[in-house]
Every structure is written in structure tokens, then in C-alpha cells.
Design a protein around this ligand. Structure first.
Ligand code: FA5
Length: 338
């Protein structure tokens, strides 16, 4: 029996040595150490041995053989697992050599750069930065800005409504703000004049994207409320801003226009050094109804407001042909504006 045990053990060890994969090891483990394995089969014959000493030494030999086989399986499994890991690491290795010696730094997006520069310029002119929520009430976005329910100007802002039912059962009174002008109302309500603020932020409209329109874009609002503010203050501020932001060879003009929340209203254009004009936004003297909605007495306070597109401004400043290029996140395009 001892010869059988030795033969079974040596056969098992030879099989283990040539196992080539972890699957082979799994199969060998159940074959060699399982109930139907050679050593287990020999064990069933122990009872046939006559003397106790023979049983003892054969039993001991079987146990030794089992543990030799078991530890050989463990060793081979460890070797094969390490090989499999190195093979996987090798297969998944990335070739990063093209980046060696060329450290690159990221930079702020074109629109973020314009946003930050605008804040800097207006802070330099004595303004503070304010902000308001992107999800607004109908009241702040329209009503308080002199656009009551049914006002035709509402239709010009292709509004995205937020599904919402108020406790009194009204639908559609919450929306994604269509402009930064509701920050005017919030600022008037929350702070005492004199007010000199700019409010840059993201706005939303159901506009189809084209070379000059995006459904999500950015505006910067300006609001000044003080005593005896006139249209001349507005024109002077716009001109000072134009020169500080675009350069001293740029100039600005106001063109009569209409906004429900300003009276009189104007469109604000800038002139490039080559003489061509670009429309940047709207502005005007804050309408008395808007001052009242903000809790201010129009007899005591007057002011001006303006709002223009940051994306359009970035586009003009950098000579970008199509506003959509700024949002496709093509690194070859973005890298040009570091
Ligand atoms: C307004 O939104 C007014 N709230 C501006 C205003 C503020 C007037 C304060 C008076 C006083 P308007 O809809 O024209 O106005 O938009 C202002 C600017 O936002 C535009 O001149 C343009 O530069 C930019 N703009 C408008 N729609 C888009 C769009 N879909 N994509 C990119 N920029 C846009």
C-alpha cells in the first residue's frame, strides 16, 4: 500500500508541475483532493490492513501525501496567478511616451475667462458682484419686471417651465430664468440703495442652437440705483466698460429699443477698430413699476440697468465664427484660448 501511496503522490505532483493555467489548477484540486482522487480511494482500503501498526503508518503516509499535494497545488496556483497578473498588466499598458517632456496645464474655458474678466472690469468701476437662482419664480422673471400675465413680451423669451404645482393649484409658475434681470428685483428687495451691482450667470431659453444662439448661455446684468441717475450715467458706464474690456480702440453707442422693464430703453452696440458694429445687449433706465416691485420709491430713487450676452462677447473678442464651437469641447479648438 505504501508503494501505491507514493505512486499516487508522485503522479499528482507531476500533474501539478505541468498545469499551465489557473483553470487547470482548479480542475486538479477537485480531482486530486476530492473523494474520487487516488489518495482518497487508497484511504478506503485502510480497513483491509491487518495490523494496527500497518494501518497507522499507511494512514500517516496518506495524510503526508495529501498535504504534499495540497501545498504543491497552492504553490503552483500562486505562480500562475502572478503570471496572469503580469500578463494583464502588460496587455493593458498605456503608451504615454508622447507626453513625456511635454507637461501641459489646463486653463479656464473661454466663457469662464470672459466672465472673470467682466467681473474684474466692473469691480474696477466700483461695482459689486451679486447672484440669483437659476430656477426662478414667474414673479421675479416676468411679473416684477413689468411683464404681467399675458404681456406680449413674454413670448419673446422662449421659456422653459419647471413642472410644479403650487399649494393653490397653479401650474407653470416656476421656470428656468430666461435672463439675469430677476437678480435686479432680488437685489432691490434684499439691499438698500445706493446699489451698484453686476450679476453674471447662466440663463435658459427654448432657442434652437445656431451660429449666434445657444439654449443655455450666459448673461451679465448690471444695476445701478442711486439719487439723480440719468441716461448719461448709463452711456458713460457702457463706454468706460467697452474700453476697459475690448480695448481703447473700441467705442460704444446706444440705439433706441424697447424692453418692458426699462424706459427709455436702448440696444447697446460696440464698434470694432475696422468700423463695423456688433450688438451686445440691452439697457435702459429702470422702469418705475420695477422700482416699486423692488420696494423702492420712484420719486426718490432712479437707476439704470443693462444685460448682455457673455458668450456673444467672448465670441466677438476672440473672433470665433460659430458660438456652438465653444461648447463642443474639442480640445484642438479650446487649446487656442489659454
Ligand atoms: C434681455 O435678456 C434683457 N434682460 C436685457 C436687458 C437687461 C435689457 C436690463 C434692459 C435692461 P435680450 O433677450 O435681448 O435681452 O438678451 C440680451 C443679450 O443676450 C443679447 O443681446 C445677446 O447678446 C444675448 N443672447 C440672447 N439670446 C441668446 C442666445 N440664445 N444665445 C446666446 N446669447 C444670447
Amino acid at each position: 500500500m505504501l508503494t501505491d501511496i507514493t505512486a499516487a503522490r508522485d503522479g499528482a505532483l507531476a500533474d501539478i508541475e505541468v498545469a499551465a493555467t489557473l483553470d487547470d489548477i482548479a480542475a486538479l484540486t477537485s480531482r486530486l483532493l476530492g473523494k474520487k482522487g487516488d489518495l482518497a480511494q487508497i484511504k478506503t482500503r485502510l480497513g483491509q490492513l491487518e495490523s494496527i501498526d500497518e494501518k497507522k503508518s499507511a494512514g500517516q503516509a496518506i495524510n503526508d501525501a495529501m498535504s504534499a499535494v495540497s501545498s504543491a497545488l497552492d504553490d503552483r496556483r500562486a505562480v500562475l496567478a502572478a503570471d496572469a497578473l503580469s500578463a494583464r498588466v502588460e496587455a493593458e499598458r498605456l503608451d504615454l511616451t508622447e507626453y513625456v517632456g511635454k507637461p501641459t496645464r489646463g486653463h479656464a474655458h473661454l466663457v469662464t475667462q470672459a466672465w472673470e474678466r467682466l467681473e474684474d472690469v466692473f469691480i474696477g468701476l466700483g461695482f459689486q458682484v451679486a447672484e440669483g437662482p437659476e430656477v426662478e419664480t414667474d414673479w421675479h422673471n416676468f411679473e416684477a419686471l413689468n411683464m404681467g400675465e399675458g404681456h406680449p413680451a413674454r413670448g419673446e423669451f422662449d421659456t422653459l417651465f419647471v413642472d410644479h404645482v403650487t399649494p393653490d393649484g397653479k401650474v407653470g409658475t416656476t421656470l428656468l430664468r430666461t435672463h439675469t434681470s430677476p437678480v435686479q428685483i432680488r437685489t432691490m428687495i434684499e439691499s438698500e440703495p445706493p446699489i451698484y451691482i453686476v450679476a453674471p450667470g447662466r440663463v435658459f431659453r427654448r432657442d434652437t442652437p445656431d451660429a449666434t444662439h445657444m439654449p443655455v448661455f450666459h448673461q451679465i446684468e448690471g444695476l445701478v440705483i442711486d439719487r439723480d441717475i440719468t441716461m448719461a450715467d448709463l452711456a458713460g458706464t457702457i463706454e468706460a466698460f467697452t474700453k476697459a474690456f475690448f480695448g481703447s480702440d473700441f467705442t460704444s453707442r446706444l440705439r433706441p429699443s424697447y424692453f418692458p422693464f426699462t424706459e427709455p430703453s436702448a440696444e447697446f452696440d460696440i464698434q470694432r477698430p475696422d468700423g463695423s458694429w456688433i450688438e451686445l445687449g440691452g439697457c435702459g433706465m429702470v422702469h418705475p413699476n420695477v422700482l416699486r416691485a423692488g420696494g423702492l420709491d420712484p420719486e426718490e430713487w432712479s437707476g439704470f440697468a443693462f444685460g448682455f450676452g457673455i458668450d456673444r462677447m467672448a465670441k466677438e473678442r476672440h473672433g470665433v465664427e460659430d458660438i456652438r464651437d465653444m461648447y463642443t469641447n474639442d480640445i484642438r479648438f479650446l487649446e487656442q484660448f489659454s
